[in-house]
Design a protein around this ligand. Sequence first.
Ligand SMILES: Cc1cc2nc3c(=O)[nH]c(=O)nc-3n(C[C@H](O)[C@H](O)[C@H](O)COP(=O)(O)OP(=O)(O)OC[C@H]3O[C@@H](n4cnc5c(N)ncnc54)[C@H](O)[C@@H]3O)c2cc1C
Length: 393
Amino acid sequence: MTNILILGAGYAGLRAAKVLAQKKLDAAITLVDRNRYHYETTSLPEVAAGTRRAQSILLPLPENLPAQVNFIQATVIKIDRTNKQVELADGQPLTYDYLVVALGLESENYDIPGAAENALPIVDVKSALAVKKQLETNFQNYQTSQDPDDLRVIVCGAWFSSFEFMGALVNRLPRLAEHYRVPLDKIEIQCIEAKDMILPMFDDDLTNYVKKWLADHNVILRTGMPIKEVQANKVITADQTYTASTLVWTTGVRGSHVIGDSDFEARRNRVMVSDQLSLDDDPNVFLLGDVAAVRQPGKPYPFPATGQIAFQMADAAATNIAADLNGEPRQDFVFNDLGTVLALGSKDGVAKVFGDHKLRGYAAAAMKRVIDDRSLLKQAGVKAMVKYGRLPL
Ligand SMILES: Cc1cc2nc3c(=O)[nH]c(=O)nc-3n(C[C@H](O)[C@H](O)[C@H](O)COP(=O)(O)OP(=O)(O)OC[C@H]3O[C@@H](n4cnc5c(N)ncnc54)[C@H](O)[C@@H]3O)c2cc1C
């Protein structure tokens, strides 16, 4: 029996396990994750802002896995391709015939001094909850400290998730101010970004919509200001020092450090894979999602790492593993771009979907919800949707 080992139960790993199970192969499928749940990474900004309960973006494992998939809760330390085994933090190493690496993302701090120590990232459930707690603690402290910094939030980096976090936070501010009895007009959110340009996936029209929305909601966006250093409650740029008690770090992500700690040729812990999503020199090892870089036809750089591409890569990799086991030829991966949606809270946003069709306002926010629900539906099925209150029944 062929031994298929999948590392990571995020969008890519969970989907790969599910599709492989449907193929009814003569294979043992094992899925490893450090958590006993799958989480929807794309909803983490709302959890961090406190507009969504963490519980609502979790899918418990292994109860939501197909019966053919064996689940192991463990932290992966290193991948040893020479001996075809995977080292875990606790327990015996796991061996494989086929390996699917889908260990996802980590915060990228570009070696900026003090960033890792003094600013909070939003990369998993624990870190999102830490941001929420920090915000609430500082707002509560304001009641006694009357320190304006306790009501200031600095978002470092104007990455996709920075806007989603600020959008959700703007939605929550009135309730937050009321709850902690702090003056709403003294709360200050600002975002500091190194580049002049923001949101390169959208055209000027949609980008200007986002900028105007932020300005209308008193969010200050400072672009073209590389951050030199972060200290406790301080963000230092070339010309200025900005202070706030809540510092959030969303400048971008890189792949899992496990890639860097193992024998892979990688850039920012992303490994260039073949068109069939495996390694050229080790075709039984597939890398999916944020640990992989996939050639983008006609472009000098790979596809950006998104939930959508992670999901589609999983379908393609599972199909190629099944093809190998059935003695059929593998297929090249073809990305079907369904578009990009950026939510600014629950009632606003921008989107580019179905080619160049643009959405603004409520339609975009609603589209985001549809995509999240569709992803959960595909990962977990209708029963789970009903159980987790995601169907309007
Ligand atoms: C805050 C935020 C918002 C985003 N918003 C969007 C969006 O709106 N739209 C979009 O398309 N993309 C968005 N992205 C990007 C998208 O979430 C990622 O591209 C996608 O999650 C990648 O899927 P993945 O399966 O590779 O990794 P992940 O979904 O990150 O899953 C990785 C899995 O591996 C597990 N794991 C990690 N390390 C270990 C280890 N050492 N041992 C065991 N298990 C481990 C984790 O627990 C996790 O279950 C966002 C990303 C972030 C951080």
